[in-house]
Design a protein around this ligand. Sequence first.
Ligand code: NAP
Length: 448
Amino acid sequence: MLRVAVVGSGPSGCYTAQSLVQLDRDVLVDVLDRLPCPYGLVRYGVAPDHEKIKSLQNTLRTILEDERVRFLGGVPVGPGGVPTARLRELYHAVVYCVGAATDRRLGIPGEDLPGSWSATEFVSWYSAHPDAVDDGFLRGARSAVVIGVGNVAVDVARILVRGVAELSGTDMPQAALDTLAAGRVADVHMVGRRGPSQARFTTKELRELGALPDTAVLVDPAELALDPAYGDPSGLPGTQRRNVEVLRGWAERTAPETARRIRPRFFLRPVELTADDDGRVGTVRFERTVPDGCGGVTGTGRYTEIEARLVLRSVGYRGVPLEGLPFDAASGTVPHRAGRVLRADAVAPGEYVSGWIKRGPTGVIGTNRPCAKETVTSLLADAASLVRRDLPADPLRLLRTEGVEPVEWAGWQAIERAEAGLGAALGRRVVKLPDWEALLAAARTATA
Ligand code: NAP
């Protein structure tokens, strides 16, 4: 039997496991994750109010419940956990599906002022990621600036204006729900450095902003009109054209009076965050930009400021190096050829990548399927030589003797039961457990 370790149980890890068992009848797959819970960004990144996308967990579940797939949660790989070299000894092949674990930086003064967070920190908090820190995100803020115009920016803008009635049916942890319910954010500025035809959000997500209760979307037609494609977007690719059309629709109508407003802004490049007297962020300073004719922008030397006591920097994710693996710092990815890891331009036998660590943080969840299939096709083409290496009988038994105590599928199911129980106790549906202690305590009940 070919024995494969997949590191990471997000969509790319799950689709890799799925491709392996679909394409090879003689494979056993262990899916390792440093968290006791599977599903990666589907659990800890997809917005809680996007229930349809969240329901993808059901598809991923069937993959992890395959009789030839084993989920091993709570197993960090790398420093402080199982070294990558040890994994290579225990498995014929290792596929790293570790995603893009950090966020890009703006590199401007004031970026780290209290009150300024990366969107991923905010997302992790309301998604109950056990490493998230509750830093008192809202603190009475009435105005928030979201920097960036991608789908994560749209997610956090939407969550900021949603009311308790819309959020209490989600699996959001109770503390985040209480904080958001008590929040007073009335204006959310979502700011792009380029124009509407270069915005990275998808149209479905953009449109959703226009359908939020008691919330108006306000756009400045003069700002949109700086975009050469604004007058006639017909030559743009589909998504960009539809985005511009939706924004134009909002610009052309009279917005209703509402309690909250989302304000998509364009052609504003962030240059500095400045503090109020209390040391927390109070203002974001932007330079106005104009199109450079090549899809980029140039600065105009004219500046404007937006007041905000909450700033969420939503400028994309970034891959981080994994000990023992090559890494291209410029792209934040592992160099590869069709999924085969490259060391000094030569294929490293038995080492593969899939997902964001392979191709960078782009695309939707479904993009991971063909990406995983490509990697698995490469792996299976190499399988005949990989299986020649004798392996110890059961990697799990060995890992246990080395002090690794994985949360297996039964442990995860116990976590699910605890989350259902917590939801019932709170008069809600499933409510996520937000910290390591609670997750591990729940997992232990499976073996008690
Ligand atoms: P993204 O799509 O790459 O968008 C990043 C945004 O940040 C862009 O508007 C970018 O502008 C801007 N930006 C980057 N550097 C900047 C800087 N120094 N100053 C100002 N702005 C800057 O990233 P994301 O929103 O984090 O999304 C990551 C991936 O997850 C995407 O593929 C996204 O579609 C996906 N996702 C999907 C969903 C969904 O389907 N519902 C939800 C969440 C995330 P430029 O274009 O000018 O660089």
